[in-house]
Design a protein around this ligand. Sequence first.
Ligand SMILES: [Zn+2]
Ligand SMILES: [Zn+2]
Length: 286
Amino acid sequence: MPIGAHVGVSAGYGRAVEYAASVGCECIQVFSKSPRQWNARPMDVQCAEEFRSRVQTTGMAGVLVHTSYLINLGSDDDGLWERSSAALADELVRADMLGADGVVTHVGTRYRSDPAFTATRIAAGVDRAFAEAGSSATRLLLENTAAAGTTFGDGPEELGAILALLGTSEGRVGVCLDTCHAHAAGWDLSVPGALTALVDDFERCCGMPIEAIHANDCLHAAGMHKDRHAWIGEGTIGYAGFSEIFEDYRLRGLPVITEMPGEVPLKDAENVSRLKRLRDACAEPA
Ligand SMILES: [Zn+2]
Ligand SMILES: [Zn+2]
């Protein structure tokens, strides 16, 4: 399983890849525009080209793009829902230009406090985004949330409900499992077997849709609904919980990305290397 980090692109897309390689990343996640703004200039063709060529020369084994935090496909407000769907379409196209394997997005809030309606509304927003993006769109990965406030999509049931309701975009959408969010939402991943049981639930609920892992430890206790990431092994999940990622055959080969607070380059170099140690310890003897 390639291990990498979410890295900033403020110094340019090519530099972001160089930085990722310098801290030991084998895969990479970036924003394709500012995550807190609706509007952005179109993706510069040359920047995208440079990014793709550096990904190739550094041998990155996976590229993910994370969407803007403003996207809310469950919004009660029709205008905001439309805007979110259009923004998602733009993300799918930008990510395709970057040669990404997938776009990771949070789905949004609960529509009129009704889970069934929410899944329908989000699925419709996803279909609409793919229709608008046309043929040049990457895969879309729905990320599980910490179930804080009114957010939707905490786990297999809610994300599975969305996947089941997709129309024209069926087959183009999977899941990105964030360990911190699952733990915060109530799946206590410090308990032996808990990660495996969560993957079992995904398998039972909606096939095996997980296509990427966000490996983040959790600052607060399980079930507190607080999305604060901690360094690997320093939070309430702990090393043993992360080892299970590398032991489950169903997750084999998936990109593992850390999204950590702290100072660069140490936070990335350190967390990537901690995960590599866990992975190597799980490797079957030759
Ligand atoms: Zn995440
Ligand atoms: Zn988070």
